[in-house]
Structures are given as structure tokens and as C-alpha cells.
Design a protein around this ligand. Structure first.
Ligand SMILES: [Zn+2]
Length: 345
């Protein structure tokens, strides 16, 4: 079992921009969010690394807790599997988002919960006060309320919920180390399947051409000039605002960012494999989870994928999987998608 860091949806560079540009109140909240991220990281670094054991009945139950604006985890149980709707929209959004994520993995990829052994899913809402983040801490998903001035509640975007649970899938499969290229792949895979959860959940379901390929649409409060946190279709264009800065994601290796910040740019360079997936999905056409998603899922869950895999190792594995699944035509489409982001398989 690979020891995992806490994995947050909002990267430190966004919070640091708010610290530099915000009002005193906004600065204080950004600083508090960065501090709490660090505290949770430290807690988990000392925690035992053994994963929670699968439930005996091997059917995943969803359990949603309320932290009551404290940092106590998991908090008070407020909705167990099968319970009726809560009066609290955040509770229902997480419960339903967990449900769609279980359905996508179960119905499309025959995966029984995130660990493929029926692991119960734990989510905590109303974590801390005005907390501007959502995260997977190695054992459960955690959602802040947002401060209302820069961020809305973090349960508002179902792709963010799918993103956090996909960190768990990666934890139980490839265990991609959360730094540099393997970390950017880890982030990208969470965006890929988070976006597929959103497309699968839409009514009617969306094809690759119909999807917006945005991650976290609705998360920015109205005053912030931005459509979402990230764009898989056009990395680097999701937001631009004096308070939070400009989306810094590259779309191809030509813009690859070498940095020590953000665990070596895990939320930056993820734009490159994100864009390759988008290109592959559009090339195949139809529902993205059926072909491109299947190729990515088979690569992620192949025991030969190393925990320190770089972009090229993963890309080469997707080409192999595409050929096995869809023959020479599939192989060519995946090869071409990676070539367009300047990765030659
Ligand atoms: Zn993440």
C-alpha cells in the first residue's frame, strides 16, 4: 500500500493568489485553508497505512457525515445508505454523487466500489468554516462550504465528487505517487473519471461532442470571472480573474511546467494528459466512457503500470490497451491523441 498524501481539488497556487490579492478577510480564509490542508496532511502522514477493510456484505454503503463546521472527522452521521433525502442540500449532493460514481464504475467497468471489494464510501460535509477546498485524505472525501465570496459549496459539482473518489480508485490500483509526472497523471485520472461521472449523470447522457469537458463548473462564486477550475478541452482557459489569477494549465508538452510547488505541478501538468483524453474521446465519438474511458480504465488497473509512471509510460500502455480492445483503428486514434499533446508513443 502506497502512503498517500491528502489530495485537494484546489491547488495551493490559487489559494496563494487569493492571499496576495484578496481583502483581509479573504486572505485570512485562504491562509486558514492552506493551514488546514497542511494539518490534515500531517495527521494522515502519521496514520497507519493499512486501508479500511471491505464491508463483509461486499455491497458498498454510502455514509454521509456532518462536521458541523469543525475539523473533527468524520463528524456526525446524517445520512446512511437507504435513508431518505436530507433537508441539507450538501448531504444529498454527496450521497447522489457517490451513487453515480458507484454506478459508472460498477455498470461500465464492473468495478465493485473504489477498491473493487465493496468498500463503503465515507463523505463529510460542512468541514471547517468557510473552507475553500474538497479533498480525499486516503480514507474519506471531505467537502468545505466555500466562503461564498470566491467559492460556492464544494458539493455543487458532481465531477468534483467523482474526482475525489477516483483518487481512491487510483490509491487501490496503480498507486500513482503524488508528485511530478506520476502525480499529474494521478490528478488527470481523477479529472478524466470525474468528467465521465458528470457526462454519465447528465439527463440525457452526454456524448463526447456534447460534453463541456469542464472540471468544477459552478464552483466559482458569481463575482469570479471563470467557467470552472479546469478545462480538458482547452487547458489554460477555465478562469481569469484579478483575484484568483489565470488558469495556468498547459495543453501540450511544449508548455510543461517544471516546479517544486504543488507537488511538482500536479494540478498544472495534468492539463497535458487531460487534453490527450479529450482528444481521444472526441476521436472515437459517442459516449466517452465506452471507448476512451475503457482504454484509460484498463491502463490504470493494469498491474504493470508502475507507481512512478511518467506520461510516456502511461501513454504507451493506453496504446496497447486500445489495440487489444479496438484493433489497429483504436491504436491509431490513441497514438494520434498523444501525438497532439507532443507525446510520441
Ligand atoms: Zn485531485
Amino acid at each position: 500500500m502506497v502512503r498517500n498524501r491528502v489530495q485537494c481539488i484546489i491547488p495551493p497556487y490559487v489559494l496563494e493568489a487569493i492571499e496576495a490579492n484578496g481583502t483581509p478577510e479573504q486572505r485570512a480564509r485562504a491562509a486558514a485553508t492552506l493551514r488546514i490542508d497542511a494539518v490534515v496532511r500531517a495527521d494522515r502522514a502519521e496514520a497507519p497505512t493499512a486501508p479500511p477493510q471491505p464491508a463483509a456484505d461486499v455491497t458498498a454503503h454510502r455514509r454521509i457525515y456532518d462536521a458541523g463546521n469543525t475539523t473533527n472527522l468524520p463528524g456526525t452521521l446524517v445520512r446512511d445508505e437507504g435513508d431518505p433525502d436530507s433537508a441539507d442540500v450538501c448531504v444529498n449532493e454527496v450521497y447522489d454523487g457517490f451513487g453515480t460514481t458507484l454506478d459508472l464504475y460498477g455498470q461500465v467497468y464492473s468495478r465493485n466500489s473504489v477498491d473493487d471489494a465493496g468498500l463503503d464510501l465515507i463523505g463529510t460535509v460542512h468541514y471547517a468554516t468557510d473552507f475553500n477546498n474538497a479533498m480525499w485524505d486516503g480514507e474519506q472525501a471531505i467537502f468545505g462550504d466555500g466562503d461564498g465570496s470566491i467559492f460556492n459549496r464544494f458539493t455543487i459539482a458532481i465531477d468534483v465528487i467523482g474526482h475525489e473518489l477516483t483518487h481512491a480508485v487510483t490509491q487501490y490500483t496503480a498507486g500513482l505517487a503524488y508528485r511530478n509526472q506520476s502525480g499529474a497523471l494521478n490528478e488527470s485520472i481523477s479529472d478524466v473519471f470525474g468528467s465521465l461521472v458528470k457526462q454519465y449523470h447528465a439527463s440525457p447522457r452526454q456524448t463526447a461532442d456534447e460534453a463541456d469537458w469542464l472540471i468544477g463548473a459552478g464552483l466559482w462564486a458569481p463575482r469570479i470571472h471563470g467557467a470552472a477550475l479546469r478545462s480538458m478541452k482547452a487547458p489554460g482557459t477555465a478562469y481569469e480573474d484579478p483575484l484568483v489569477g489565470k488558469d495556468p494549465q498547459p495543453a501540450t508538452m511544449d508548455g510543461y511546467v517544471t516546479t517544486r510547488q504543488d507537488n511538482g505541478g500536479v494540478h498544472l501538468n495534468s492539463g497535458i494528459p487531460n487534453h490527450a483524453f479529450y482528444l481521444a474521446a472526441v476521436s472515437f465519438g459517442g459516449y466517452a466512457w465506452e471507448k476512451a474511458g475503457r482504454v484509460w480504465y484498463d491502463a490504470l488497473t493494469d498491474p504493470s503500470l508502475s507507481s512512478n509512471a511518467g506520461f510516456l509510460e502511461f501513454a504507451q500502455l493506453t496504446v496497447q490497451k486500445a489495440e487489444a480492445l479496438f484493433g489497429a483503428d483504436g491504436r491509431q486514434r490513441i497514438h494520434d491523441a498523444w501525438a497532439q499533446v507532443s507525446i510520441t508513443t
